[in-house]
Design a protein around this ligand. Structure first.
Ligand code: GUN
Length: 284
């Protein structure tokens, strides 16, 4: 039976509509949530992501600013900008688009962001709280993935979830969140041997490898929920996922498309974190 396609775009739209109402209510109290995105260098993919974030802000009524800096900015100069944003009461959320040029320490920059403004959920304090299961700003892509799985009506409790990829942005955090939903989680990565032995046993398969079309129907258990986090541009210029969509949709019960699956959810979770941050900061 062919899979139901999990249209992240539609789910994201409905969450954005709820957020727009929430922002309108905040406006009545004189609160305008504000997000500042800092982007360094001229990587076209990063600029395209940042434009998507600004457009999302506009849609729900969040005030947004993009600070663009040349790739030769020093780490010290960037840290000064972060400090100014930390001190600016009109800025509720700060996001520094990654990757940064090699001469700048991503770790130092992320650590400089005030944890209460860390809408990416990348600060060590945010990550530590997530590991402990404390209330905190969750990283956007993993959070979006969990929301998408919930919308399938599939209970994660007791299910076998297999995550391929161990990045700090997706693989590691999503494995923790799946565990907190009471799934039994297996982590696979580029060094895993006999990958199919694991993936064929997955009720939920999250693929975040950054390798176009690496997962085919031979990897997938019939009826599995398959979440494709990959965004790869192939020679033809087309954007494709890490999963062979056409063949996996014949065996999975649910499958996310690329584009239009996980991507729109990521931005929506960022908008949600910004609204939550604005509300918390208004109470201080
Ligand atoms: N680069 C790719 N994904 C992300 C993300 O979620 N946040 C930031 N800051 N940079 C990214």
């Amino acid at each position: 039976m062919a899979a139901t396609i999990l249209q992240g775009k539609e789910v994201a739209q409905s969450i954005r509509a709820e957020l727009a109402n929430e922002v309108a209510e905040l406006n009545k109290q004189g609160i305008v949530p504000g997000l500042t995105v800092v982007i360094v260098g001229d990587d076209p993919a990063s600029h395209s992501y940042v434009r998507g974030k600004a457009k999302g802000c506009e849609e729900v009524g969040i005030s947004s600013e993009i600070i663009m800096k040349d790739a030769d900015i020093t780490e010290e100069e960037l840290l000064i900008i972060i400090q100014q944003l930390n001190e600016n009461p009109n800025v509720n959320g700060i996001l520094v688009q990654l990757p940064l040029p090699a001469h700048i320490s991503e770790h130092a920059v992320i650590e400089a962001i005030a944890p209460e403004k860390d809408v990416d959920g990348f600060h060590p304090i945010s990550i530590g709280n997530m590991v402990l299961g404390n209330e905190t700003m969750l990283p956007c892509t993993p959070h979006g993935i969990i929301e998408l799985i919930k919308r399938t009506g599939t209970s994660m409790a007791g299910k076998h979830a297999v995550v391929i990829g161990r990045s700090n942005i997706v693989g590691k955090p999503v494995s923790l969140l799946l565990q907190q939903e009471n799934a039994t989680v297996t982590m696979c990565h580029s060094r895993t041997q006999n990958l199919e032995d694991y993936t064929q046993k997955a009720d939920i398969l999250v693929v975040a490898t950054g390798r176009a079309h690496m997962i085919g129907k031979e990897h997938v258990k019939p009826g599995a929920v398959v979440i494709d986090v990959g965004v790869n541009r192939i020679e033809t210029g087309k954007l494709v996922g890490d999963v062979k969509f056409d063949e996996v949709k014949e065996v999975a019960s649910f499958l996310t498309p690329v584009p239009g699956g996980v991507g729109p959810m990521t931005i929506t979770m960022l908008l949600k974190n910004t609204v939550v941050a604005a509300k918390k900061q208004a109470k201080q």
